[in-house]
Design a protein around this ligand. Sequence first.
Ligand code: FAD
Length: 438
Amino acid sequence: MFFDRGAREDGSWPAGVPALKIAIIGAGPSGLATAIALMKRLHRPFEAWLVDAEDAPGAFGNGAAGLVPTTEPARDLSVVPERPDDFAEWLKTNWLAGGTVATLCRPQDLHAPRALFRDYVMARFGEVMALRKDVRIRTFRGHVRHVDAGGATPRLIFRDGECADFDHVFVATGFGTAQREAASWQAAHRAAEHLSGLENPPPLTLVGNGPRLAAILLHLRADGFAGDIHIAAASGRLPQPHARPQPGLAFGEPPASRSLQEAFRYVRRECRSAEAREGGQWQAVVDAASARLAIVWRNLPQVERNRYRRHLLRLHRHFSIRLAPDVHRRLAAEIETGRTRFVAPRAPKSADETVIDCREVPSARALAGLLSCDAAALSIDDGGHLAHHGASIPAISVVGAIASSLRPGPFTFAETVRQAYRAVLSATPHGLARTSER
Ligand SMILES: Cc1cc2nc3c(=O)[nH]c(=O)nc-3n(C[C@H](O)[C@H](O)[C@H](O)COP(=O)(O)OP(=O)(O)OC[C@H]3O[C@@H](n4cnc5c(N)ncnc54)[C@H](O)[C@@H]3O)c2cc1C
């Protein structure tokens, strides 16, 4: 157990009002955003268990990982949906005003170290908890093996055989336990240390093609690791950079058919023609297409959704999640040196080949495994509401990266926060939000 602490251990729950019991599985950014949304929008007493197999809340900002800039600028990292500049304002007040951190750009445009983003999220978490005398939050270390949705209310079954019943469960398991970020950092450090001690070291292979890979690779170099690095990524190219927002974008005629493959071909064509134009940026085309897809998605047949999940989701994710411009520049310069190069993904040829998994792939199968059902029968709407063969699964919501294993997004933190608030507000089967007034 990380800690077991109530907002008010003296228990000032109003007499006669039963407290709801809620579980949030995963204490990453999405789990924390969900806990904040609950405290801000659910106006009745509740006890929430923030359960994580490995990481304490906010651990994504610890150690070397905390020094790396966020992929998104501060203007896109608010935990308060009605105040999009909340993180930028917090940075300005706490770090920039006194000159502790000097910046050449506006705080909104800053890609702050993740440790600062973590501090901001934890600060807002603490502030809202202090206002809720009728809420008890427990953070709990436990590996959830199964979420049983078959009973009157959902039940969590833990790996050690313990179980607990809840009125509502929010699943925020992100990249799962098999692809935990902390494990990638630890393995990379160990491998670099080992290889640096060898006379003729074989290359170090990093598997993946996203922000985690970029952060670990640049950190190893900054730390003095001079050996060859191979990046094993099917796409064979760098993670994508951000571009400046581009207003007034004009598009060609979209395809008349409702085939997703046609739609993606169309987006590719549009990206190429945007890049050919003076100052044109493919990023703006992808963002506009993603917003449109989120609307089309609602009426898309399950068979098309499954096709998207199998064939297009990875590509869509790859082009939607972008690096801070400075990180992208440093990565491009690193490739230029020739010490780091792309290789095709393949199984290690020998036992001494050192391979570090830096992938960030949310797995629909992991989610389906948790619920003991078939991934192809699952769907999630933009409020994180889960359905099986189209029939709603009551009292279970899915938030953040894991939700994007089954639908287009959320790929950005702003989308995750909106989804968390929608999930809280639409979690009505047991009346979670019906009593909410604000
Ligand atoms: C350098 C870098 C910069 C980044 N910048 C941004 C950014 O600007 N914006 C952004 O949105 N994201 C960013 N990310 C990604 C971000 O850190 C998150 O990892 C990602 O958004 C997913 O968050 P999450 O909470 O959904 O999942 P995760 O962070 O993967 O957290 C899920 C948690 O669930 C736990 N868990 C999983 N399965 C179980 C189980 N069965 N039982 C109990 N616990 C379980 C895991 O232990 C984990 O702690 C960045 C990542 C990197 C590496």
